[in-house]
Design a protein around this ligand. Structure first.
Ligand code: MN
Length: 204
């Protein structure tokens, strides 16, 4: 396993293939207030690519091209947040997307445990640490522990997606899942416009 760290954008020549797992780290949980600090990517090959985003940075052409490429599936866990964070930072709408948290909520209705750490333990058999989750991602130099934590959030998403997909197909819910994934970028946009949880637009 290798962790590659880049500044501001993906390198020009890097080819990541037709499906890329993506996660982000930010200064906090409000994408309108808290800036994007790090974007992590993996093709599921055991390597992670980390892109540090500078304060005030408003574009990352190679990354934006990947996010909007119709031939590249972007896999997230709770993509609603990451998609909003990257739209707030760069103004792009990430599409097409797949979300392991939505998939889990659709198929694992016997539990309310849909956190990434728990899902990876139960469905993929790997343990990831969540110790660095709340650290200072705005630091100019990330620690080794931060880099490893950030990488671990994308390294196993392909394996998790595969297992969730198998179950969604088995229970005949893959089509419904797909329609929810298709709506996800719109849900993220509503969040950025102020229609968050407490003002659910579908409520009476
Ligand atoms: Mn993360």
């Amino acid at each position: 396993m290798a962790i590659f760290l880049y500044q501001n954008d993906l390198p020009d020549r890097l080819k990541l293939g037709p499906s890329v797992a993506i996660d982000t780290e930010t200064m906090g949980l409000d994408p309108r207030r808290d800036r994007l600090c790090l974007v992590q990517l993996s093709t599921g090959d055991g390597n992670a690519h980390l892109v540090q985003i500078a304060r005030g940075q408003t574009s990352a052409p190679n990354l934006e091209r990947l996010l909007t490429d119709p031939n590249v599936l972007k896999i997230f866990h709770y993509g609603r947040f990451d998609i909003a964070a990257m739209k707030a930072a760069f103004g792009v709408t990430t599409n097409p997307v797949w979300c392991t948290k939505i998939a889990s909520r659709l198929i694992r209705t016997f539990t309310d445990r849909h956190g990434l750490k728990y899902l990876l333990q139960e469905m993929v058999g790997v343990d990831i640490s969540k110790q660095q989750q709340t650290s200072d991602w705005g630091a100019a130099a990330l620690t080794e522990a931060q880099k490893e934590y950030a990488a671990s959030d994308v390294l196993h998403l392909h394996a998790l997606k595969k297992e969730l997909e198998r179950r969604l197909i088995r229970e005949d819910r893959m089509d419904l899942a797909q329609r929810l994934f298709d709506f996800l970028p719109t849900r993220a946009e509503l969040d950025l416009m102020g229609w968050a949880d407490t003002t659910d637009i579908f409520l009476h």
